[in-house]
Design a binder for this molecule. Sequence first.
Ligand code: GTP
Ligand code: MG
Length: 201
Amino acid sequence: MKIKKTQFIKSSTSLEECPKGDFPEFVFFGRSNVGKSTLINAITNNQKLSKISSKPGKTQLINHFLINESFYLVDLPGYGWAKTSKENRIKWDKMSKNFLIKSHKLALLFILIDVRLKPQKIDLENINYLGKNNVPLNLIFTKCDKVKKEELKINVDSFINQILDSWEDLPKYFITSSTKRVGIDDILNQISDTINSITKK
Ligand code: GTP
Ligand code: MG
């Protein structure tokens, strides 16, 4: 799939405020600073589309970007950021989960995992919670440029093993680096395959 047009549509504070219409949504969710906004920019080849920061907590709303006038990429606030107030954390968590569980247009959720880290409880809890609520999801390991091959394998394998403790079928997963453009085409292919399977239905 070629990205021909990228448009920022809207930042919303709730599902009700989100853009109306039928375009399918591909949503990016994960810990603060895991690289959600950077990945959206890499996928669209538009470094200015979503705001990025080296400090966690940059994205604070539900952001819809319309791609090729046919589907949305949606950037959400990160979770697990200890330095913001408890009220903020609860507010963002509720806003994101309500959107993820109730949006009728959600085609696929990508949950991002920082491949430099050992399995984090908060990631596993969120993946299990959203899976139990029947949200269709894939996993994306990010920042693979930051680890050696051996460490990458150890961290991916141990995460996958933890997932298999509670999942019958392993969700599809991708290993990526936005800075080195590793795995970006695989994500694009997954998006276009999902769009094709929706339109065939
Ligand atoms: P919040 O909006 O705070 O939830 O964060 P986010 O998940 O959107 O992260 P963001 O895209 O803002 O990136 C956080 C930091 O990670 C930035 O300094 C990025 O440059 C860096 N980063 C993102 N992806 C990669 C990657 O693939 N490799 C490397 N080395 N750095 C990355
Ligand atoms: Mg962000």
